[in-house]
Ligand binder design. Structure first.
Ligand code: AP5
Ligand code: MG
Length: 217
């Protein structure tokens, strides 16, 4: 299954991607996670991406498209993949179409995790992420047993640099301008599914898994 997860910043894409990954054994490809890793390691890519990310702006299309092209060519994507946070612009979506066409593949479903802005801000402000394994927590909705330690691997939990309030506002502005138009782009192709992202993690999971069971048939 080749999937795309769409949704505003903080909507729950990463949370659901990890659930799908565990259930179906297909990799989560989060451009945000890959870029953050490059920033932490201080690679050339990370140096280029850092400023954009900290300002809540999009990293240029050419850069992100190359990361995804390379990632999709790896062996673990043969059985399928979950794109989380990519594409984010029409140009990226068109580039993805070209990449997949060359590989003789197509997208089976685009799932939009739909959550209103006020709710999403609460999710972002209280989010904590594990430095070591990337597990995602929420201090109120999905709290770790110890405030700054990962339940799964014992790694240290941190707050993302772009989760400050001003940056979050800019991420939203960018989302509405550049990413929301992708909803119509995919609706036209009839591979688009909306899920009610305001439910709790279990509730959203159930809707997502229902869709996946339907498209598998
Ligand atoms: P990215 O890392 O993709 O950030 P984002 O799109 O803003 O999305 P988030 O990761 O913030 O949210 P999410 O939807 O994954 O939510 P999560 O599951 O964590 O991108 C960061 C930056 O990288 C961009 O700004 C850009 O600069 C750059 N970038 C990345 N991709 C790019 C691209 N393609 N092109 C150009 N630039 C790119 O959940 C959020 C919180 O809510 C957590 O605390 C979680 O525990 C909680 N939660 C989740 N689900 C629920 C629920 N159902 N109920 C209650 N709480 C919930
Ligand atoms: Mg994410």
């Amino acid at each position: 299954m080749n999937l795309v997860l769409l949704g505003a910043p903080g909507a729950g894409k990463g949370t659901q991607a990890k659930i799908i990954m565990e259930k179906y054994g297909i990799p989560q490809i989060s451009t945000g996670d890959m870029l953050r890793e490059a920033v932490t390691k201080g690679t050339e890519l990370g140096k280029k991406a850092r400023e954009y990310m900290n300002q809540g702006k999009l990293v240029p299309d050419e850069i992100v498209v190359e990361i995804v092209r390379e990632r999709l060519s790896q062996k673990d994507c043969e059985k399928g993949f979950i794109l989380d946070g990519f594409p984010r612009t029409i140009a990226q979506a068109e580039a993805l179409d070209r990449i997949l066409e060359k590989m003789g593949k197509k997208i089976n479903a685009v799932i939009n995790v739909n959550v209103p802005e006020e709710e999403v801000i609460k999710r972002i402000v209280y989010r904590r992420t594990c430095k070591k394994c990337g597990a995602i927590y929420h201090l109120l909705y999905n709290p770790p047993k110890k405030e700054s330690t990962c339940d799964k691997c014992g790694g240290e939990l941190y707050q993302r640099e772009d989760d400050r309030e001003e940056t979050v506002k800019e991420r939203f502005r960018v989302y509405r301008k550049n990413t929301e138009p992708l909803i119509d782009y995919y609706k036209k192709r009839r591979i688009f599914f909306d899920v009610d992202g305001t439910k709790d993690v279990e509730g959203v999971k159930r809707e997502v898994l229902n869709i996946l069971e339907k498209i598998k048939r």
